[in-house]
Design a protein around this ligand. Sequence first.
Ligand code: AHM
Ligand code: MG
Length: 347
Amino acid sequence: MTEPTLEAKGKTMTKPLMMTLDRYLRTRERIGPELIVTIESVAHAVKRISNELARAALKGELGYSGTVNVHGEEVEKLDAWSDKVFVDAFSAGGPVCTLISEEMDEPRHLKAQCTRDSFALLYDPLDGSSNTDVNGALGTVFAVRRRKPGHGDSLADVLAAGTEQIAAGYALYGPATMLVFTVGDGVSAFVLDPATGKFMLWREKITMPPRGKTYAVNQANAAKWHPGARALVDRFTGPKDQGGGYSLRYCGAFVGDFHRCLLNGGIFLYPGEISSGRGSAGKLRLMYEVAPLSMLAEQAGGAGSIGHGRALEVVPGNIHERVPVYIGSAEEVALADKLEVEGRSRS
Ligand code: AHM
Ligand code: MG
């Protein structure tokens, strides 16, 4: 008996485009030499992290490091290790002169690399790190911003709306390692070929379906949300003929849940908590989680919102600022804004 093909099982196959990341970067007019070096360094770091994750259990690298980060979260050994991979990749030269990481309290200034055309790299080295010990989905998120000449130690130029990002992307460490990014002219996705160690172009100009069939949220927190956020989820779980009939998909890694939305449509949300005592802050960080993925969402025809407006227009007060997030297909995100799920607590 012959094995049924994927097509015979009703799945669509996307043929890889057979172009290496190196070649792709050099054939895009929009990507200047500084940005090429920056994206290649991100790809190099991602490759190292991907290799390490594959062996981490055997090398005894799972579990906590024993320290707590700026967010009060226990740091996994692999969080700290992945952060160091980024620091190593960017400290050896290149156009990036400022590193801002989820794992570092303060920015790291690489003063020797400050030139007229230098960049800040903002990143979450290992997103979804509670999944490390259970071999679940993990990610890396990054964004590139241009630094103003003569900025010195001031961060004023970096603390700007997400519309100032010149590139943003993520890596997803799943069954395959993927690198997905935008430089402002559409979204491209690459797959790491483990046999050659090269990232190969898989898809470009990715379009997010305008509406999906799934929503992703940690529903166990529902009692702490604004009533508007609960109304949104009630809509998704209600009858199909009243806009419901959705399925719940939540993997515990923002990147993994966002990737599903990017390819299949739907929405990811992490609402603010009105009982937090800090207003409706949300959990996810604006500068290296929400803003980068919002740029990707918009570039693919989707949207990213803080519950009553475009996430890319939020001007951060500090590098680790948290915001509520509603991100994914345009229709579901517009519905969230219509229901004003965050009760306009920031305005
Ligand atoms: P992390 O960057 O420290 O891993 O935290 C962010 C993660 C997201 O990837 C994920 O969507 C969310 O936190 C899960 O949080 P929760 O466990 O509260 O559902
Ligand atoms: Mg994260």
